[in-house]
Design a protein around this ligand. Structure first.
Ligand code: PEP
Ligand code: MG
Length: 543
């Protein structure tokens, strides 16, 4: 038995077998010179045979479950793998560059994928992702070190990975993953946030202890304390099974809070909303009886796609959420890509300081066509529920005016086209930069509400990277500097007659709830699984 101490990022206890996942990307595929080229070519041919056999098996099983039309994709993958242009190019790379098969497959896969991505025909463009898929399958077949990926999980298992990028976490099947463990990451990295949304226990930032994990080990994960116990003895296992049962019991007791409002003993009401990243998360919001949605991180729609989601695609996603929420307010944030949330098709160059770089509203205002598409989809969806829109990473009044002016143009277009929308939906901004706090008096006059993003506000105020586990103790949303920033924003909001909410992770920090209620925060938006606990906390306050 071994005990590891990481950072508890999503509460809950999980017990199960460990699967170590390795993602296949440029950082993980090494180019290694080979001496024996014929042997390397032989490895390649063997792997191809095995991959084709495996694909055939997947095809036959899919055929039974989902029918001919939905299983065709696996036949296409087999054909691509057997295509001489593609496979010949891989062979040539091994032969001419005398390199290992893994790197030859990866480089060729990327090259062909780029060619497909630039084709006129939409169907052919869609094949770009398939080439990457089959290249990954080949590499996983070639080398057992790459055997498992997040996309290959089929059983109930605890997943360990060096790092989880948000784009990978969205591929995870929450039914199959008992818990997450990562070497990198911190409590407010986006993969931790996603784990909380899905209600999956997670421990991140295991750092140099990470190599002590081995594939197939039995582990206990305590996402509250950050403890990970590898190969537990019988006594420990029994103790944790008891704790797991008690935890479930407490969660069941919280159900009594359902159907009640978050009102303090002194009569102050706070709206308790939920944060989501995907239309499917609405089920969790309703299950936990949130008053509404305080933050829909729309960029996750972009991260699940191989190309920019069209106006129609976005419209139907936003509309579905609004309809399911049935008149309760849904605050949708315009896209916040960049920094740790990348999509390959945006093709952003590597930056020295991505958190301080080209991201969020800066991209939207620069790439107008993207912004207009999203705002059109949002405005159209406003006809189907109570929509509010907010803009991320604002630093100035000018930016807000520019955003509002694009929104006005979009509304004008829709009117001209006789397309319905709610003319007066609320418009707000995220307050997550110190500049927005300092300008909050002026900014408040431009909009309907403030939503404080304490994740980024803490990072920028304390100059402490939210992703860096080495300085996890510096990244503290209870730091008085951050609390003063929050108080100043709420004050300036009140003076201008607008409401202020908090949607960063520290909205769920019950040690701060009394402070928030006292200074006049009107709304708290948290991960769905934290809603009921927070409602109960508010109900016990006498402010
Ligand atoms: C925040 O910064 O607090 C926030 C809610 O936005 P995100 O975590 O998506 O950056
Ligand atoms: Mg933010």
């Amino acid at each position: 038995m071994q005990k590891l101490a990481g950072i508890g990022a999503s509460k809950g206890i999980a017990i199960g077998k460990l699967t170590i996942c390795v993602s296949i990307d440029d950082n993980n595929i090494e180019k290694i010179p080979v001496q024996d080229v014929p042997a390397e070519l032989e490895r390649l041919e063997n792997a191809k045979r095995l991959a084709v056999d495996a694909l055939n098996a997947v095809y036959l099983s899919a055929l039974k479950r989902v029918g001919e039309k939905n299983s065709m994709i696996f036949q296409i993958h087999i054909m691509m793998l057997q295509d001489e242009d593609f496979f010949g190019a891989i062979r040539n790379r091994v032969r001419e560059n005398k390199v290992n098969a893994e790197s030859a497959v990866w480089e060729t896969g990327k090259e062909f994928s780029n060619i497909f991505a630039q084709m006129e025909d939409e169907y052919m463009r869609g094949r770009a992702a398939d080439v990457i898929d089959i290249s990954k399958r080949m590499i996983r077949t070639l080398n057992p070190a790459y055997a498992n990926g997040l996309d290959t999980i089929t059983e109930h298992t605890v997943v360990a990975a060096a790092d989880l990028m948000p784009s990978e976490t969205v591929q995870i099947d929450p039914e199959k993953v008992l818990a997450f463990l990562t070497r990198e990451g911190s409590k407010s990295s986006h993969s931790a946030i996603l784990a909380r949304t899905l209600g999956i226990p997670a421990v991140v930032g295991l750092a140099e202890q990470y190599p002590r994990l081995a594939d197939g080990d039995e582990v206990i994960v305590d996402g509250g304390t950050g403890e990970v116990i590898v190969r537990p003895d019988a006594e420990t296992l029994a103790a944790y099974r008891r704790m797991q049962a008690e935890y479930e019991q407490r969660r069941r007791e919280l159900q009594q809070v359902r159907g009640t409002k978050a009102v303090t003993k002194t009569g102050i009401e706070i709206e308790i909303n939920a944060n989501i990243g995907h239309p499917g998360d609405v089920e969790k919001v309703l299950e936990n009886d949130a008053d509404g949605i305080g933050l829909f991180r729309s960029e996750f729609l972009y991260m699940e796609n191989n190309t920019f989601p069209s106006e129609e695609q976005q419209f139907s996603a936003y509309r579905a959420v609004l309809e399911k929420m049935d008149g309760k307010r849904v605050i949708i944030r315009t896209l916040d890509l960049g920094a740790d949330k990348q999509v390959p098709y945006l093709d952003l160059p590597k930056e020295e300081n991505p958190a301080l770089g080209y991201r969020a509203i800066r991209i939207s205002l620069d790439r107008r066509e993207l912004f207009v598409t999203q705002l059109r989809a949002l405005a159209r969806a406003s006809a189907f529920g109570r929509l509010a829109v907010m803009f991320p990473m604002i630093i100035s009044v000018d930016e807000v005016r520019e955003c509002k002016s694009v929104l006005e143009q979009v509304k004008q277009q829709l009117s001209d086209e006789n397309i319905a929308f709610a003319p007066d939906f609320e418009v707000g901004i995220m307050v997550e930069t110190p500049a927005a706090v300092m300008m909050s008096a002026e900014l408040a006059r431009e909009i309907d509400f403030f939503s404080i993003g304490t994740n980024d506000l803490t990072q920028y105020t304390l100059a402490a990277d939210r992703m860096n586990h080495k300085i996890a103790d510096l990244f503290d949303s209870r730091n008085p500097a951050v609390l003063r920033m929050i108080e100043m924003t709420v004050e300036n909001g009140k003076k201008a007659g607008i409401w202020t909410g908090i949607c960063g992770e520290s909205a769920a920090d019950t040690a701060l709830t009394e402070f928030y209620a006292r200074i006049g925060v009107r709304e708290l938006s948290v991960t769905p699984s934290a809603v009921l606990e927070l409602k109960r906390e508010v109900q016990q306050l006498s402010v």
